[in-house]
Design a protein around this ligand. Structure first.
Ligand code: F6P
Length: 353
């Protein structure tokens, strides 16, 4: 088995609260095993441009509770091409980096597969507020983002109640409705619009009219950004159809910052520790996943295919390398996630009448 003397760690793509906690866990777990750690700055761009620094145990003190990422982040265009990937691998060899832990979302993991293909063992840690990595129940940053969103929407509800208004609130999540769904339920929204479930516009109008006639004064509608400009359209439609004065709010990047919650700190720490354990045991091309409360590593390529299956993006022949048992397992995971989204959505609908 290869003896690891030095590893690298980077954060890439949209930042998320808890990335620092993951960096800290990676650095300290590796140092505890006698392995040096290079902090690579600005994601894959730093790997190409050789922007890195050795990190000590102390260098990662006092970052556990910080939002953002102390290693900075980037969406590196050059790394999408073979030349960039080769340059990045060359930088690793020059710096005697034996393996890399990459922290980010699905784009980061595609980069991890490319780096592994260039001979640099790579392990991924899922960190994105979107919770859109199908292989893991939760991604680092999601819990903080939903908690921040709900405390903001609670404030909006106060002012709606005072003035008998509706507020349509658009939340981030890219194409995934996870943030919208959990925030919508937790604030008692009258309706939630996400890409995964058809939206009953007429039903919403009826609910608002019935609420208005029975003395209800606040109406919160949560819309996922994946629906494009639908949130703004809805904010115009509601007053036209119901007479209820309506405001619009887009929470946007504000929920991507801030101090991570306990859940995100724990998830990041457990995943960071496990990632180092796997890397030093000679494993590669794995992504850390939390499944039913346990940290279970999964092959990144497999996890990316699973993701494409869930998102309906698979093209002809992509599953050819996989066994029937693998494909059945992938289908079951996708089905379980779809069922969860639908059942939770239906529950929210029943509770919001
Ligand atoms: O993936 C995280 C995320 O915050 C999404 O929710 C959002 O769609 C996107 O990134 C925004 O990207 P940017 O930071 O480039 O504006």
């Amino acid at each position: 088995m290869q003896k690891f003397r030095k590893i690298g760690v980077l954060t890439s793509g949209g930042d998320s609260p808890g990335m620092n906690a993951a960096v800290r866990a990676v650095v300290r777990s590796a140092i505890a095993q006698g392995v040096e750690v290079m902090g690579i700055y600005k994601g894959y761009r730093g790997l190409i441009d050789n922007e890195m620094k050795q990190l000590s145990y102390r260098d990662v003190s006092g970052i556990l509770h910080d939002g953002g990422t102390c290693l900075y982040s980037d969406r590196c265009h050059r790394f999408r091409f073979l030349e960039g990937q080769q340059e990045a691998a060359e930088t690793c060899r020059k710096n005697e980096i034996d393996g890399v832990v990459v922290i980010g979302g699905d784009g980061t993991f595609r980069g991890g597969v490319d780096l592994t293909a260039q001979g640099i063992p790579t392990i991924g840690i899922p960190a994105t507020i979107d919770n859109d990595i199908t292989s893991t129940d939760y991604t680092i940053g999601f819990d903080t983002a939903v908690n921040t969103s709900l405390s903001m929407v609670d404030r909006l509800r106060d002012t709606c109640e005072s003035l008998a208004r509706a507020n349509v609130v658009e939340v981030m999540g890219r194409d995934a409705g996870d943030i919208a769904l959990e925030v919508g339920i937790s604030v008692g929204a009258i309706a939630i619009a996400i890409k995964e479930v058809p939206f009953d516009e007429e039903g919403l109008i009826k609910k608002i009219k019935a609420g208005r006639d029975s003395g209800k004064r606040n109406y919160i509608v949560i819309v996922s950004e994946g629906l494009g400009d639908y949130s703004e359209k809805l904010a115009k439609l509601i007053p036209e159809e119901t007479g209820v004065e309506t405001r619009f709010a887009r929470l946007a990047h504000v929920v991507r910052g801030g101090s991570p919650t306990l859940r995100d700190r724990m998830l990041a720490t457990r995943m960071g520790h496990k990632a180092v354990e796997c890397l030093l045991q000679g494993e590669s091309n794995l992504v850390m996943c939390e499944r039913n409360g346990r940290i279970e590593p999964m092959d990144i390529t497999y996890a990316l295919k699973l993701d494409r299956m869930y998102k309906g993006k698979l093209t002809e022949g992509e599953l050819r390398p996989y066994s029937l048992a693998d494909i059945t397992e992938m289908r079951e995971i996708c089905e379980a996630k779809r069922r969860y989204m639908l059942d939770t959505y239906n529950m929210a609908d029943i509770l919001s009448r």
